[in-house]
Design a binder for this molecule. Structure first.
Ligand SMILES: C[S@@+](CC[C@H](N)C(=O)[O-])C[C@H]1O[C@@H](n2cnc3c(N)ncnc32)[C@H](O)[C@@H]1O
Length: 265
């Protein structure tokens, strides 16, 4: 995937420029000196759709739908609610508790992974997969370096292990029952809100539907359950064999589960 270049802010320090060069090398993209050029000018000159921008303390991607950058987003409020004794729909669907081992197959902006990591705690594990290298780089850098939040949220962020890989490949290489739960939050077949916080990742995100083969592998890898988020009423649940456990009447999203802990009597 070479539809991007890597550059820096206008007057970079040596360290910022060095980091930009390292990232370009790692991702197989071209490093371009920013000079005084706008992003549109850089895109036209180099014939690319995206510019990965290295700043002093963060990374972002200038896409056709705006700037993609890391922020804990809804994770902040969800963790605050959990600490206040309220529930969280994802955590309930996953049946997560301290010490759980989670494979999050669709990292995206990382909000769900942060909440999973908060609940799994330091005795648990969250491995989060992202197939798009630019999203994986920006979010993994943010999870490691973001500082503007409370210690328990920062600790949860730091514990998430990000891997830039297609989840179908990763699952095939996993042992049986390697994780307690496997979670999918694929790009919805029908986007819920055109103007949602996910907009800047849309031009980069992989929007292929899950396949029965991927779900079969997830069943093998999950010790307890496989969970998928989709829009409420989605045919994906039935097509892929998920039982809808939380399809709130007033919510646009629902959670489906394949539970491996049920035993025939
Ligand atoms: C809807 S977003 C996930 C949002 C995420 N749960 C959050 O809290 O921000 C879906 C993400 O999964 C990624 N993705 C889609 N198919 C994938 C695959 N086969 N392997 C790994 N990542 C994938 C997309 O590129 C996108 O970034």
């Amino acid at each position: 995937m070479n539809n991007f270049i890597v550059t820096t802010i206008r007057k970079p320090t040596e360290a910022v420029e060095m980091l930009a060069k390292e990232i370009a090398l790692k991702l197989g993209g071209q490093f371009v000196k920013r000079e005084d050029l706008s992003f549109d000018a850089l895109k036209t000159i180099h014939g690319v759709e995206n510019v990965l921008l290295v700043k002093k303390n963060s990374l972002s991607v200038m896409t056709s739908a705006g700037e993609l950058f890391f922020h804990p987003n809804t994770a902040h409020l969800r963790i605050k609610n959990l600490r206040g004794g309220e529930g969280d729909r994802l955590i309930d669907a996953l049946k997560l508790s301290s010490g759980s081992k989670v494979l999050d197959c669709t990292l995206g902006l990382g909000s769900d992974a942060i909440v999973e990591s908060f609940v799994a705690g330091s005795s648990g594990e969250v491995v989060a997969l992202e197939v798009n290298p630019l999203i994986a780089e920006v979010v993994s850098h943010g999870l490691k370096n973001f500082t503007d939040d409370s210690p328990h949220i920062l600790e949860a962020m730091r514990r998430v292990k990000v891997i830039n890989v297609d989840c179908s490949e990763f699952l095939k290489a996993c042992a049986d029952n390697a994780f307690d739960v496997v979670y999918f939050d694929p790009m919805f077949r029908l986007p819920v809100h055109k103007s949602s916080g996910l907009n800047p990742i849309r031009p980069l995100a992989d929007d292929r539907p899950l396949t029965p083969e991927i779900v079969r592998e997830a069943r093998r890898v999950a010790n307890c359950r496989v969970v998928m988020k989709e829009h409420n009423g989605s045919y994906e649940f039935a097509r892929l064999g998920f039982e809808v456990v939380d399809g709130g009447k007033y919510s646009s999203v629902a959670f489906g589960v394949i539970d491996k802990t049920y035993r025939l009597l």
